[in-house]
Design a binder for this molecule. Structure first.
Ligand SMILES: [Zn+2]
Ligand SMILES: [Zn+2]
Length: 410
């Protein structure tokens, strides 16, 4: 981002926060939270700040004019103290579901990464370490692509279903947010989760991923010859129930190719008897009744539907009991879109490109270096390559924040 465009974005962000029609909803117990701010020009994080209330937050925003605003998922006795002296009192349970961690068919089109050390580069999701030199520092170019954000939403739907049905959390304790960039955040704010340590949170993540499920991962040599129900069984709770429901759905819709793709070569016994297998044998745990479908096949089916049903969350975010996370109602420095809460029941039809738009007035002339086609509200823009255009402010800010456009100096 050139200095002029950066100054422009900084001013627009500050104007947004100064407008009384854009109030930031207070996080629960704001005075016990560590606050952190990322600064536009300096590109540094200012941490270990705290405020008594929202007025204090507004003053801090005025002083710092940040690009990003974060707060701790943790509650502290002394939020401003250094880490050892903060006095941890507990933390919300947070989940980050980000397109960065979900492979999609389009990520190779709009995402690029370049190693900061050796300049090796590639397209698609950024690797953990550079394949050429092993460095972990990358310059990345990603895009808040609608299809990618929808795949993050699909993961979020699965996560919420588990939190409600398997963990018994109430809809009132689960808060759903668009992250402001490429995914969703789920915050669980209830006394029952506050005191969970990192290990307990890791167990929750493992559950959500379906890691280490007994039965479907074990292998023995003798199971081939014995009746399937001696080696394979599923009960009717939690993951076992999820796998049963997933198997029924998968079997009813499966084609020969679908079955081949998961390593099942003898497909006729399943395809010729779909209804009985899906609706009776699976339902009633009668694994031996399906002729020609043995233990190995049941295990392949179970593993496949387990993969489909698991939710791809960012493990590091959930297990970090001191995590800083973007504050609801604040702008994302990489998009100019808002982190915004919405009712859980609207998750399936939530439209971030309508609900998270912050800058609703005026137009800006920009020179766009490159941008894929994108939509904001009802309007579609681009694709652009090296051209000057006059865009609604929200579209211009998005491109500026993504480093794909510069403001035309008038
Ligand atoms: Zn490298
Ligand atoms: Zn995409």
């Amino acid at each position: 981002m050139d200095a002029f465009s950066q100054e422009f974005a900084k001013r627009k962000f500050f104007e947004f926060y100064s407008n009384p029609y854009n109030p930031i909803p207070s996080p629960e117990a704001i005075s016990q939270r560590e606050l952190a701010f990322f600064l536009f020009r300096e590109r540094i994080m200012v941490r270990h700040r705290s405020v008594a209330n929202l007025n204090g937050l507004r003053r801090l925003i005025g002083d710092l004019q940040p690009s990003d605003i974060y707060y701790s998922c943790a509650y502290y006795e002394n939020p401003e103290a250094n880490m050892e002296k903060k006095g941890w009192l507990g933390a919300d349970l947070v989940f980050d579901i980000d397109a960065d961690h979900i492979p999609t068919s389009c990520d190779k089109i709009h995402d690029e990464w370049t190693c900061g050390k050796c300049s090796f580069n590639g397209r698609g999701p950024t690797p953990d370490i550079c394949p050429a030199c092993g460095s972990q520092k990358f310059d990345t170019k990603s895009w808040p692509c609608e299809r990618c954000i929808n795949s993050a939403k699909d993961e979020t739907v699965k996560l919420v279903d588990m939190l409600e049905k398997d963990f018994g959390l109430s809809e009132n304790d689960i808060h759903a947010f668009f992250s402001g960039h490429r995914g969703y955040h789920i915050h669980v704010e209830t006394e029952a989760v506050r005191s969970l340590d990192a290990a307990a949170r890791k167990e929750i993540v493992d559950y959500v991923y379906g890691l280490g499920l007994a039965g479907i991962h074990e292998g023995t040599n003798e199971r081939r010859k014995k009746p399937a129900d001696r080696f394979f069984s599923l009960h009717d709770f939690g993951w076992n129930k999820r796998i049963k429901l997933g198997m029924q759905k998968f079997i009813l819709n499966a084609t020969k190719e679908d079955l081949n793709a998961i390593g099942i070569k003898r497909t006729d016994p399943i395809l010729q008897n779909k209804n009985a297998i899906a609706n009776r044998y699976v339902e009633e745990n009668r694994w031996s009744l399906a002729k020609g479908v043995g233990t190995e096949t049941w295990i392949k089916l179970a593993r496949h539907v387990k993969d489909l049903a698991s939710a791809n969350v960012d493990t590091v975010v959930t297990t970090d009991i001191h995590r800083l996370i973007r504050m609801n109602g604040t702008l994302h420095g990489k998009s100019g879109l808002l982190k915004v809460e919405f009712p859980l029941k609207h998750l399936a039809d939530f439209d971030p490109f309508r609900e998270a738009v912050a800058f609703k007035e005026g137009t800006v002339k920009v020179i766009v270096s490159s941008a894929p086609q994108f939509r904001l509200g009802e309007s579609t823009f681009g694709p652009y390559t090296k051209q000057e255009v006059e865009l609604p402010t929200a579209a211009a800010i998005l491109l500026i924040c993504k480093g794909r456009a510069e403001v035309v100096k008038s």
